[in-house]
Write a protein that binds this ligand. Sequence first.
Ligand code: PGA
Length: 249
Amino acid sequence: MRKKIIAGNWKMNKNLSEGTDLANELSEILTSSSTDVEVILGVPFTHLDKVASISDKFSVSAQNCSAQESGAYTGEISTKMILSTGAKYVILGHSERRAYHQENNADLVKKVDLCLSDNLKVIYCCGELLSERDSGNHFEIVKSQIEEALFHLSAEQISRVVIAYEPVWAIGTGVTASSAQAQEMHAYIRSIFTDKYGVDVPQALSILYGGSCKPSNAQEIFSKEDVDGGLIGGASLNANDFSQIINAF
Ligand code: PGA
């Protein structure tokens, strides 16, 4: 059975006190309901320690990490620092980091390796631009993002990776991929893992959909066979919306 996962990506939103309130609200909701979904909160670095201490109903994720282990890298945050806060995951390769920080697949190899060697799980984001979909290159782009950053890993290491397919044209735009488009890409992603690792690894691999997922469309998207959950941006900033998405499975 693949793990069902709903991960929130708060991005650069909420100061520490607002983030603490949101995490507390969510903790209360999750305590009074029961779910077999693993809930993860991707919060700013400054909130990791605090939010991780609030509840065992969710795990906490950073949204990035340094590609260096330690040393003279002013302003950077290492995987060991992240681990020491109680965080369990790191989101890597988000399209906003690829676009605004020129993060490429080669940088991501270093980050992926550091996370896994420091016992942090990885939520690895991939997804095409609208122009790439329009020109029919979306499968190829997603394949290269995955191959170049992940296919040097062993099967055991892949078991500590979650994939988030996030078509860039759907992120923060209000335009969601149709459930058929999501299913088509998720099945394709699983198939490239099958080609590389055989059948067992992809059968255990959770593949999340991200991009304008909200309470009104979550159930339809999650009903698809190869969609194992979601990476939720805007709608994770509201405890009610986010918990409705969690309950959409
Ligand atoms: P969105 O963001 O849900 O606001 O579209 C998703 C993401 O960027 O992870």
